[in-house]
Design a protein around this ligand. Sequence first.
Ligand code: ZN
Length: 245
Amino acid sequence: MTPLPQPADPTGPVAVPASGDRRRHPAPAHLVFFHGSMDCGKSTLALQVDHNQSRQGRSGLLLTQGDRSGAPQISSRVGLRRDAVELSAGTDVRLLVRHRWAAGHRVDYLIVDEAQFLTGTQVEQLAELVDESHVDVYAFGLTTDFRTRLFEGTQRLFELADDVQRVQVQVLCWCGLPGLLNARVVAGELVREGATVVVADTAPAAPPGPGGAPEVVRYQVLCRRHHARGQLGPSPSGPGQLALR
Ligand SMILES: [Zn+2]
């Protein structure tokens, strides 16, 4: 990562090159991170930001990893979707952008969805694109994993972003309190151990049947108390469906 420029000494004889660059680019770019729990509308917001930027005549590049649709695109639960470039842990985001430039495409801003899956190095690459190439970066990701710990990409974005915002669409636990934590559920039980990244959706098409159908991993948003207690609510097999009994 590029070391931070030292403050210019006004009495010093040597001009600081970065100040000259800044004069040529009066509007500095920004690294902005929006985070929240599952279902809080991050991908919808990502597509809205892209829409607003492109309406101003700016040209963007959309990046994602492991989107719920399984295809390289950003999709939201309210039905919006746009094609995106799929990142892997080894992708150098700076090279990705430079290759677009070399092919004659403008890249004024990046939309990075599922930013929790970025490596720390990739977040540093994004910061370098902001500072050295004046590309605005809007990143969207989950705050914590199922163990209630920050994801690697999320942590590095907290450390480096110019602006960090919690997405304000409120997701509720089954008890009605704000749901801030993501629970991983296997065979109807909240689990606290395992790989950090197991991509699944919060609402499987069909819950496992009584005949012992293969159990799928699913995720459920809970309040802190019910995450700690491992209590999944009155209808653990059907998220979002309250059983009347
Ligand atoms: Zn609760």
